[in-house]
Design a protein. Structure first.
Length: 207
């Protein structure tokens, strides 16, 4: 299978993007990150892309409606012949247009075991605050294909972390972030090797 072209959408620090860049550089992913797009001008992830000579763009959300914004993303992805879009801490909801055009070609990483602590308004430290408050004994991270339901698409990989009684939301966030970096790279690598098969709501991993 030829190397796939990957676009990564970010909104923040970009540690998941960095994990993916590192995995590609170590030869663990049969793909190339060709494009990074952020809806946040200050996203440190843009600097990470620049440092790795990856084309990176800030697209100002104030200038467009959601639909127009996603048409801009589609335009940029077409220009770079993108095969896979990865949402790595990307906080905007995608419009129907891009979901249709890239059906089962958009992967998201979420910092909980979906469906727990997931969906509209569940992002960042809030996810971990809710998990700690609830008193769960395990949490973790999930990669999934993106569909119209926020955090609702077919699950690809999940990995757990233990939640101890004294854990704060910040400590849990730190533990989960390490797992995110691991499973996101694994997920993208499996995708680039054509080993993921979506059957209804489920994903079969053909190792
Ligand atoms: C991560 O926790 C990710 O799961 C969530 O937003 C955070 C982004 O972190 N969607 P980073 O920007 O990749 O460091």
């Amino acid at each position: 299978m030829g190397r796939l072209n990957i676009a990564v959408l970010i909104s923040g620090s970009g540690t998941n993007l960095q994990a993916l860049i590192d995995a590609v550089n170590r030869g663990k992913v049969n793909g190339s990150i060709r494009l990074v797009i952020s809806n946040n001008k200050e996203a440190f992830g843009l600097k990470r892309a620049e440092k790795n000579s990856i084309k990176n763009l800030y697209i100002d959300p104030q200038k467009y409606t959601t639909e127009e914004y996603d048409l801009e993303i589609i335009k940029e992805c077409k220009a770079e012949e993108i095969d896979l879009i990865v949402l790595a801490g990307y906080l905007k909801i995608l419009s129907k247009e891009i979901l249709l055009k890239y059906k089962n070609k958009i992967i998201n990483i979420h910092p909980s075991l979906i469906p727990s602590f997931a969906g509209k308004n569940y992002y960042g430290i809030k996810v971990h605050k809710k998990a700690v408050e609830y008193g769960v004994k395990v949490s973790g991270a999930t990669t999934h294909f993106v569909d119209e339901e926020p955090d609702g698409g077919p699950i690809i990989i999940q990995e757990t972390v233990d939640v101890n009684f004294e854990d704060t939301a910040e400590l849990l966030q730190k533990k989960v972030l390490e797992v995110e970096h691991k499973i996101l790279s694994e997920t993208v690598s499996l995708y680039c090797d054509g080993k993921l098969e979506v059957i209804g709501r489920k994903v079969k991993i053909n190792k």
